[in-house]
Design a protein around this ligand. Structure first.
Ligand code: FMN
Length: 212
C-alpha cells in the first residue's frame, strides 16, 4: 500500500500486530488455509502477523479453565493471543453457525483482549450457500466483545475444492478478498493506533472499502 504520504508519519511508523485465529482443529482444515492466506494481506500492509492454531492447544471447555492441566494451557493460550492490534477470526460453518471450538477459545480469552481491536471475519462452508450464518453470528459476538469489524468479510463455499495444493484459493476473486480483509485489519488498526479517527470513521463507513 502506498499510504505513506496520505496518512502521515504517525501512521507510517505505527507498529501493528495481527493474529489469525483458526476455529477448526482438523489437520487438513480449509479454514486454516484461508486465515493463513488472509494474513498475507496484513503482512503486505507491514503488520507483524501470527497464526494461532487452536489445534496446537489442549484447551479445556469453559468452566474447567482453573483445573490442571487445563489451567496452564489456558495461560499459554492467553499469553500467545496477547495484545494484538487486530485479529482475523476464521471458522467453518457447522450446523448453521460458527464452530464451538472458536467460541470456547473466545470465551477463554481475557475479557479485554478484543475490546477496541480490529476484527476480520472469514467463514468456510462445505455447502454451496457459503458461510453467511457464521459471518453474521460472529458479528453479533464481535459486538459483545466491543471489537471493530472491518468492512470486508469472506465467505468461502464448497470448501473441499476451494484451495489448490499450493495453498492458494482456486478462485482468484476469493484470494483477493482474503488478502483484502487482512489488509483492512492492519490498515484500520494502524489508523486507530495513530489517532486518525476521522479517517478511520469515514473509511469504516464504507467510502473506501479498499484502503490505499
Ligand atoms: C458437524 C458438521 C456440521 C456442518 N454443517 C455445515 C453447514 O451447516 N453448512 C455447510 O455448508 N457445511 C457444513 N459442514 C461442512 C463444513 O463447513 C466443511 O467441512 C468445512 O470445510 C470444515 O472446515 P475445516 O476444513 O476448516 O475443518 C459441516 C461439517 C460438520 C463436520
Amino acid at each position: 500500500m502506498s499510504d505513506s504520504s496520505r496518512y502521515g508519519e504517525a501512521y507510517d511508523s505505527a507498529v501493528v500486530t495481527v493474529v489469525g485465529l483458526v476455529g477448526s482443529l482438523r489437520a487438513t482444515s480449509t479454514t486454516r488455509k484461508a486465515v493463513r492466506y488472509a494474513l498475507r494481506g496484513a503482512e503486505d500492509s507491514r503488520a507483524q502477523v501470527r497464526l494461532l492454531d487452536l489445534g496446537t492447544y489442549d484447551l479445556p471447555l469453559l468452566g474447567r479453565e482453573r483445573d490442571e492441566p487445563g489451567r496452564s494451557e489456558v495461560e499459554r493460550f492467553q499469553a500467545e493471543l496477547g495484545s494484538a492490534d487486530g485479529y482475523l477470526f476464521g471458522s467453518p460453518e457447522l450446523h448453521g453457525s460458527f464452530s464451538g471450538v472458536l467460541k470456547n477459545a473466545i470465551d477463554l480469552a481475557d475479557r479485554e483482549t478484543f475490546s477496541g481491536k480490529m476484527l476480520g471475519l472469514i467463514g468456510v462452508a462445505g455447502g454451496r450457500l457459503g458461510a453467511g450464518e457464521t459471518l453474521s453470528h460472529l458479528r453479533a459476538v464481535a459486538r459483545s466483545l466491543r471489537a471493530w469489524v472491518v468492512p470486508t468479510e469472506v465467505s468461502i463455499a464448497e470448501a473441499d475444492r476451494a484451495f489448490g495444493a499450493d495453498g492458494a484459493p482456486i478462485d482468484h476473486a476469493i484470494g483477493e478478498r482474503l488478502v483484502l480483509v487482512g489488509r483492512q485489519v492492519a490498515h484500520f488498526a494502524r489508523l486507530h493506533k495513530c489517532g486518525k479517527h476521522l479517517e478511520f470513521l469515514k473509511e469504516m463507513e464504507g467510502a473506501a472499502v479498499e484502503p490505499g
